[in-house]
Design a protein. Structure first.
Length: 299
């Protein structure tokens, strides 16, 4: 999806970079198998009682490791006072980001609190992972290790060997509870972050083949006027996009305008077939999207 606004371009680039960076660590755990009993969770969101999100969590019956992944271009420098990650680009532009050291320490403490609520006490380690070895960073003294993905297996295996603190059935129950406690991330609507763009978005249904906003409703299907692609449910992604753009509650009229359909009855059937929360009745009926976790932010 092309963006013309520079702020949205920057946000999109940050989200894309964050997702790509986390994938590099995901690949390591897909290829490497450790000898101990362990579980790996990616992009885990918990509440303790403060909501927190862990890029990658490795947990064993003896300890847990919180990994914070960074994929930021430029020359990086970790500052202490105030805590910050400073980035300098080749053109001299300087930007500030949240300190990865503080992020790791906060998440370790919040995870410890979450475990204690379950009467579990495990040592928790934390590490920052720089997604690519070409990233350059200047560090001051810190007890938090900074690693490249390929160094993660060695780091894990070099941790102190300690007795298992959790019996197998307790550990399996904990792994199940971590997964069950994961809370879906709901991204802020774009218009909430950039309200001046509310009237600038193009409406229409994007073709799942050529991505152009040239789908037209024909009987019970959609047909792309550009490439000829036929789709039964191309409107579903368009409706999801509306909620990502505007958020809040959608009316039948707003949906008709966005999809380019004039019939309230057709739109009513399309909305009825989607997994939406419905409020009100008849002309006062509105729809709310049950948002799933589709996006990662480069924190």
């Amino acid at each position: 999806m092309p963006f013309e606004d520079v702020h949205i371009q920057q946000k999109y680039a940050a989200v894309k970079a964050g997702f790509g960076g986390e994938q590099q660590l995901d690949y390591v755990f897909e290829r490497y198998k450790f000898p101990m009993n362990y579980r790996v969770f990616h992009d885990l969101s918990l509440t303790s009682p403060t909501p927190f999100q862990i890029d990658t969590l490795l947990i064993t019956p003896s300890y847990a490791i919180v990994f914070e992944v960074k994929n930021i271009a430029g020359e990086l420098k970790v500052l202490v006072n105030p805590p910050q990650l400073q980035r300098t680009l080749g053109n001299g532009e300087v930007s500030g980001f949240k300190s990865p050291i503080i992020q790791v320490r906060n998440n370790c403490q919040l995870l410890k609190d979450w475990l204690r609520e379950k009467n579990i006490d495990l040592p928790i380690y934390g590490a920052v992972v720089l997604a690519y070895s070409k990233q350059r960073i200047e560090l001051l003294d810190t007890s938090i290790p900074f690693l490249f993905p390929e160094a993660v297996p060695l780091y894990v295996r070099n941790l102190p060997v300690t007795p298992e603190l959790l019996e197998e059935n307790v550990f399996e129950k904990l792994a199940t509870e971590l997964l069950a406690s994961h809370q879906e991330f709901i991204p802020r609507p774009i218009c909430e972050m950039f309200p001046y763009l509310a009237n600038d978005f193009r409406s229409g249904v994007a073709c799942p083949s050529c991505q152009k906003l040239t789908m037209e409703r024909r009987l019970r299907n959609w047909r792309c006027l550009s490439c000829g692609k036929i789709s039964e449910d191309a409107h579903k992604q368009a409706i999801r996009d509306w909620f990502l753009l505007y958020g809040g509650k959608m009316t039948n009229r707003e949906c008709r305008k966005f999809l380019g359909i004039t019939s309230p009855d057709i739109v009513y059937r399309l909305l009825k077939d989607m997994d939406l929360e419905v409020e009100g009745a008849k002309r006062n009926r509105t729809y709310v999207m049950k948002m799933g976790k589709s996006f990662r932010e480069n924190k």
